[in-house]
Ligand binder design. Structure first.
Ligand code: FES
Ligand SMILES: [Fe+2]
Length: 358
């Protein structure tokens, strides 16, 4: 019998949450959005993690970069609007120090009067950012393990879905009153599907999951689409041109990327969940529905068939996660045994404790 080691304090203790920020979220690669969110030089968005706030922007050289959102003079937050467009530079509103989009300090009024002041010594503080398959991944560690090394076995695994070509057709942000691990555990099993998601369970038999990645940072595998259906949509029909190869035409692949992304690869579209913890009992989740441009160009393109299904399913899930958070908050909560259908939450726990131990 496998009893969870995630006891009550893992969902309630501020000390453990701070350790997670230090040990996991400040060390691992985090999905923060899509490359197309900053398609133009100077286009930017902000990304908040605990006390850190980072500007994600593209330079005039086309390179996507991350800069800590604080001025090197006296530390002012440079930029308050969560998304926007810089002209050619980033200027501090306080004393007008001005930085190039690549972070170099380019102007600092009156600082030439200061002995030994050298602009080259005061660039914006960088964070690591990579682009992979159209996704932006941020790492806040000073010297992170390179993205390609961490994810080497996976780099080609998703090729057939042409992820870098896909476009975001809809994005919905959810604010959920539950710890980020409850969201992970919930996504990782379909034991709850018959009761919580009757529609989803009708489209995909809840016992049909077969996991092909069972340890490490990325976990999951395929589930089958039920007889008579072709994708996970309200109608059960495809709502885009097929992306995956014919042998995958009746499968949906579900993967969790520790610590903040879920990738759900359907025959005709891809759903991505990006998690941002906002404290112990609160998580912001942004879902992107991605389709191929050739599907979007079809005259009868109807992504709502997919969006509605997952928006409904998400809301059903968030309700379960919020009620679970309320239950585990109780002084008397202790974890019970996992079912055999919960091998992925067990694997998640294993990976989680490995990261917390490092
Ligand atoms: S704090 Fe930015 S210029 Fe002074
Ligand atoms: Fe669910």
């Amino acid at each position: 019998m496998n009893i969870s080691r995630l006891s009550r304090e893992y969902y309630t203790s501020e000390t453990i949450y701070s350790r997670e920020i230090a040990q996991i979220f400040s060390r691992q690669w985090l999905c923060v959005g899509r490359s197309s969110d900053i398609s133009q030089p100077g286009q930017y968005f902000l990304c908040q993690l605990a006390e850190d706030n980072v500007i994600i922007t593209r330079g005039s050289d086309g390179v996507a970069r991350a800069h800590h959102n604080l001025c090197r003079h006296r530390g002012m937050r440079l930029c308050a609007e969560p998304v926007g467009q810089f002209r050619k530079t980033i200027q501090c509103p306080y004393h007008a120090w001005t930085y190039d989009l690549d972070g170099r300090l380019r102007g600092a009024p009156h600082m030439e009067e200061v002995a030994d002041f050298n602009k080259a010594d005061w660039p914006l503080l960088p964070a690591h950012l990579v682009e992979w398959e159209g996704f932006l991944f941020l790492n806040l560690a000073e010297e992170p393990e390179p993205f390609a090394a961490v994810y080497a076995p996976l780099l080609d695994k998703f090729r057939q879905w042409q992820l870098s070509d896909l476009q975001t057709v809809r994005r919905i942000t959810y604010n959920v009153a539950a710890n980020w691990k409850l969201i992970f555990q919930n996504y990782s099993e379909c034991y709850h599907c018959p009761g919580v998601h009757p529609k989803l369970a009708d489209l995909s038999p809840y016992r049909s999951g077969e996991n092909d990645l069972t340890e490490g940072l990325v976990l999951g595998g395929p589930s089958h689409i039920a007889e008579g259906h072709h994708s996970l949509t309200m109608s059960g029909r495809l709502c885009g041109l097929p992306l995956s190869s014919p042998e995958n035409a009746r499968l949906v692949y579900y993967y969790t990327f520790l610590p903040n992304m879920f990738l759900s690869l359907h025959p005709d579209y891809v759903l991505v969940h990006v998690l941002q913890p906002e404290g112990n009992g609160r998580t912001q989740i942004t879902c992107h529905w991605l389709f191929h441009p050739a599907s979007i160009a079809q005259p009868d393109f109807n992504p709502d068939d997919a969006i509605e299904l997952w928006d409904m399913t998400n809301r059903q899930d968030w309700e379960m996660c919020e009620l679970t958070q309320q239950g585990v908050n109780s002084r008397v909560f202790t974890p019970g045994p996992y079912a055999t259908l919960e091998t992925m939450p067990v694997a998640f726990e294993q990976s989680y404790f490995n990261l917390m131990r490092d």
